[in-house]
Ligand binder design. Structure first.
Ligand code: ADP
Ligand code: MG
Length: 686
C-alpha cells in the first residue's frame, strides 16, 4: 500500500492550511508551486486579457481547478486593486466564504482581515482602505447595494458558483447587468461549474441584440466565455442493487466496507444536514465499540454550515500517515469546497432543498432528491488525486429514469417576501418586469406583495412605506423578524425580542443526538416556558448570562456553547442596527403577553389552530388549511395549545412546525386586519 504522503510526481510537497507553518520562505515557495499546478494557472494570461477587454467574462471550469482561490489573486496581481479599488468575490454559502478567504490570505501570506478579508451576515472581517480582495456572500453584496447602488468601490466583481442559482445570485445577476450600463468600467466575472453555464451566458448575451459596443473604452460588451479544462481522473460508479430503506445507515455501512476492502484514500460522504450528519458520525464512532468493526485508522469529521471555525479547518488538514479521513458533508462539498485526497465518494442522492407552494403560501425545507447534474458533480469529487470510486446509494434505474436532469433555480421555489422588499428598497418597482435570469412565478409574487402589504411594509401603490417599510428593509433579517423587532418597540419589549431574533437566526441552540434524547428532554424542561419556544430561548439566554457565559454550564444543559456565543454577537449587532433606525431598547420585565404580541405582529401569517377533534395534535394553517404538527423538538410538543404561531416548517413524513409560540386569536386581527378579515376567523373561533 502506498504510504499516505502527499508527494506528487514532481516531488513537491502539497501544502495544506492547518499544518503548523514552517519557516516562511519554504512555505512561500511551496505555495507558489502549488498555485502553478492548478489547471486555471495555464489560463492566467487569457483570463486577464478577457477581463481587460470584456465587460463580462464567464469562466466555466471543473470544480477544484482553482477558479475561486486564484482568479481574485490574478486580478490583484494585474492591478485591479490599485488606487483604492476593491476586488469582490461572492459565494452563495457562508462557510465557503470563510474557508476560501482564509485560504487566499494564507496563499498571499497576509493576515486574514487585512488585505484579504470576508464579510458574511453578522461577521465582517474586512478593514476599510486595507482590504483589497474581499470575499462575501451574494446576500451581503446585495445588501451593500442599499448604501451604494452602483457598488462604486469595486473594480471587479466575481460572481462565483453561479450554477448554484441561489436566489441572491439571480437577483445580483439582474442588477449587475443594469449597473454595467451605468458603470462600463466595472468588470464582471461569472464563474460556474460545468452545469448551468449555457443559460447564464445566454442571459448576458441578450445585450447582443442591441449591438452595443463601447468604442471609446475599446470594451466588448458581449460576454467572453472561457472554459478551463480540468484534469479529473476517471471515477468508477457503483449503484445500489436495490433501493436502500435508510440512507444514513447505508452510508455508514458503505464507509465501513470501503475502509475494509479498498486501498488508501479519503472518503467523502454526501448527506443532507446537520441532523443526519451528526447521526452518521455517531454511528461510525459507535461501530468500533459495539460491533467490533475495524474502524481503526478512520478519522470521522462532519462538514456543514454552522460548524465552528476550528472544526472547519480540521477538515482541510492533511490526513496523517496510515489514517483514512471520512468527511460527512452537506452538498457544500459538491462544488463550493474541494478537499484534497478524496478517492471515494458516497452519495446519498439527497440534499435539503427549499420548496414553496404559493397556493398554500407554505415554504419548507425538504430532504429531496438531487439532480443528475448534481450526482455527476458529486461523483467527480472522487477523481481528484487519482482514479476514484463513487458509491451511489440508489439504483441505476432510478438515476436514469427518475432523477430530474437539472435542479430548479431557488427563486422559483422560494417565498419571495425578502426578495421583493430588497428590490423595492433598491428602487426597482416593476418586479415582474425585472430582467431575471429565470422568472419567479406571478402567484408567488402576488403572495409576497400581499404579506408585505399586511405587514405595513408596502402601501396601496406597492411602494415601501415610510418609515416602517424602510426600517424593515434596513434590518438584514427575514422581513417577518424585522417587523417583529419594529413592533417590539411599541410593545416595550425590544430587549427580549432582539434576543429572540438572534436565536431564531441561527440553526439551533441545542445539542441533541441519538441516545441522549432523554437527558436532552430533561435539560430542555429546565428552561421550558408554557408560552412556547421563543420564551424558552429567553430563559436559556438568561441562564447562560448568569453562568458567566460558561461552557460547562452549556455542556450540562445540552446547550450549544458556540451557538450561544454567536447569539451574543448577533444580538450586539442587532442592538446597533435597532438603535440606528430609532428603536430604543426596553425590557418588558417578564410581561410575556407583550412578547407574544410582538411575535404575532411579525408572524401572523404563520398562525395555526389545533383541529377540534384531533387526537394526534394535528393543526391547520389558518390561511391555507394545511395540515401541520408541532415538531418534537419544541417545548410545546404534546402540549398542543389551541392557537399557535410557528417560525418555520420542516417536512419529513409530515409538515412540522419548528419554534412555536401560543397566541390568542384576537391578536391576529389586531396585527393584520386585512390579512385576517372577520370572515376568515369567525367560523373557526366558534
Ligand atoms: P474551484 O473554485 O475551481 O473549485 P478552488 O480555487 O476552490 O477551485 O480550489 C483550488 C485548490 O485550493 C484546491 O486544490 C483546494 O483543495 C484548495 N483549497 C481551497 N480552499 C482551501 C482551504 N481552505 N484549505 C486548503 N486548501 C484549500
Ligand atoms: Mg470554487
Amino acid at each position: 500500500e502506498k504510504p499516505r504522503i502527499l508527494d506528487d510526481e514532481e516531488g513537491g510537497v502539497l501544502f495544506f492550511s492547518g499544518t503548523p507553518s514552517s519557516s516562511s520562505g519554504f512555505r512561500y515557495s511551496s505555495i507558489e508551486k502549488q498555485r502553478q499546478r492548478l489547471p486555471v494557472y495555464k489560463y492566467r494570461t487569457a483570463i486577464l486579457y478577457l477581463v481587460e477587454t470584456h465587460a463580462t467574462t464567464i469562466i466555466v471550469g471543473e470544480t477544484g481547478s482553482g477558479k475561486t482561490t486564484q482568479i481574485p489573486q490574478y486580478l490583484k496581481e494585474a492591478g485591479w486593486a490599485d488606487g483604492g479599488r476593491v476586488i469582490a468575490c461572492t459565494q452563495p454559502r457562508r462557510l465557503a466564504v470563510q474557508a476560501v478567504a482564509s485560504r487566499v490570505a494564507e496563499e498571499m501570506g497576509v493576515k486574514l482581515g487585512e488585505e484579504v478579508g470576508y464579510t458574511i451576515r453578522f461577521e465582517d472581517l474586512t478593514k476599510p482602505d486595507v482590504t483589497v480582495v474581499k470575499f462575501l456572500t451574494d446576500g451581503v453584496l446585495l445588501r451593500e447595494m442599499m448604501d451604494d447602488p452602483l457598488l462604486t468601490k469595486y473594480s471587479a466583481i466575481m460572481i462565483d458558483e453561479a450554477h448554484e442559482r441561489s436566489i441572491s445570485t439571480d437577483i445580483l445577476l439582474g442588477l449587475l447587468k443594469k449597473i454595467q450600463r451605468r458603470r462600463p468600467e466595472l468588470r464582471l466575472i461569472i464563474s460556474s461549474a460545468t452545469i448551468e453555464a449555457k443559460l447564464i451566458s445566454a442571459f448576458f448575451q441578450t445585450r447582443k441584440r442591441r449591438g452595443l459596443e463601447n468604442e471609446e473604452l475599446g470594451l466588448q460588451l458581449e460576454p467572453a466565455i472561457l472554459s478551463v479544462e480540468g484534469r479529473g481522473f476517471n471515477v468508477q460508479i457503483n449503484y445500489a442493487e436495490e433501493p436502500v430503506p435508510d440512507y444514513v445507515q447505508a452510508a455508514v455501512s458503505t464507509v465501513l466496507l470501503i475502509h475494509e476492502k479498498e486501498s488508501w484514500g479519503d472518503i467523502l460522504v454526501f448527506l443532507t444536514g446537520q441532523d443526519d450528519i451528526d447521526i452518521a458520525v455517531q454511528l461510525l464512532n459507535e461501530e468500533a465499540q459495539t460491533n467490533g468493526k475495524n474502524t481503526s485508522g478512520l478519522i470521522v469529521m462532519p462538514l456543514y454550515s454552522g460548524l465552528p471555525r476550528a472544526e472547519q479547518e480540521l477538515v482541510f488538514s492533511p490526513t496523517p500517515r496510515g489514517k483514512r479521513k471520512v468527511v460527512i458533508s452537506t452538498n457544500i462539498a459538491e462544488t463550493s469546497l474541494t478537499l484534497e485526497g478524496v478517492v471515494y465518494v458516497v452519495d446519498s442522492g439527497f440534499s435539503k432543498q427549499k420548496f414553496y407552494n404559493p397556493t398554500s403560501d407554505i415554504e419548507n425545507l425538504v430532504v429531496a432528491p438531487i439532480s443528475r447534474a448534481s450526482a455527476r458533480q458529486r461523483a467527480g469529487r472522487a477523481g481528484r488525486v487519482r482514479p476514484g470510486k463513487c458509491y451511489r446509494l440508489y439504483t441505476e434505474e432510478y438515476f436514469l429514469n427518475k432523477m430530474p436532469a437539472e435542479g430548479i433555480p431557488e427563486i422559483q421555489r422560494s417565498n419571495l417576501v425578502s426578495c421583493v422588499i430588497q428590490l423595492k428598497a433598491l428602487g426597482i418597482d416593476n418586479i415582474l418586469g425585472f430582467d431575471w435570469p429565470a422568472s419567479p412565478s406571478p402567484e408567488a409574487m402576488i403572495r409576497a406583495l400581499e404579506v408585505l402589504y399586511s405587514l405595513g411594509v408596502l402601501d396601496d401603490d406597492a411602494k415601501l412605506t415610510s418609515p416602517a417599510g424602510f426600517q424593515v428593509a434596513e434590518i438584514p433579517l427575514d422581513p417577518l423578524i424585522s417587523k417583529m423587532i419594529l413592533a417590539s418597540n411599541q410593545f416595550g419589549c425590544s430587549e427580549e425580542i432582539i434576543t429572540i431574533a438572534a436565536v431564531l437566526s441561527i440553526q439551533s441552540i441545542w445539542i441533541s443526538g441519538r441516545g441522549i434524547q432523554k437527558d436532552f428532554d430533561n435539560a430542555k424542561l429546565r428552561f421550558a416556558a408554557a408560552e412556547g419556544d421563543h420564551v424558552t430561548f429567553l430563559n436559556v439566554y438568561k441562564g447562560f448570562l448568569q453562568s458567566g457565559k460558561s461552557s460547562q454550564w452549556c455542556h450540562r444543559n445540552h446547550v450549544n456553547y458556540h451557538a450561544m456565543k454567536k447569539v451574543i454577537e448577533i444580538r450586539e449587532q442587532l442592538k446597533r442596527i435597532a438603535q440606528r433606525i430609532g428603536i430604543s431598547l426596553k425590557s418588558c420585565d417578564g410581561d410575556m403577553q407583550v412578547i407574544r404580541k410582538a411575535v404575532t405582529a411579525g408572524f401572523f401569517a404563520n398562525a395555526c389552530r389545533l383541529e377540534a377533534f384531533s387526537h394526534n395534535g394535528m393543526y391547520k394553517t389558518i390561511r391555507g388549511s394545511q395540515e401541520v404538527y408541532i415538531h418534537p423538538s419544541s417545548v410545546l410538543f404534546r402540549v398542543n395549545p389551541k392557537w399557535v404561531i410557528y417560525h418555520s416548517l420542516v417536512s419529513t413524513d409530515r409538515q412540522y412546525m419548528r419554534n412555536v409560540i401560543s397566541i390568542d386569536p384576537s391578536w391576529l386581527l389586531e396585527a393584520a386586519p386585512h390579512f385576517y378579515n372577520l370572515q376568515r376567523l369567525k367560523p373557526i373561533t366558534h
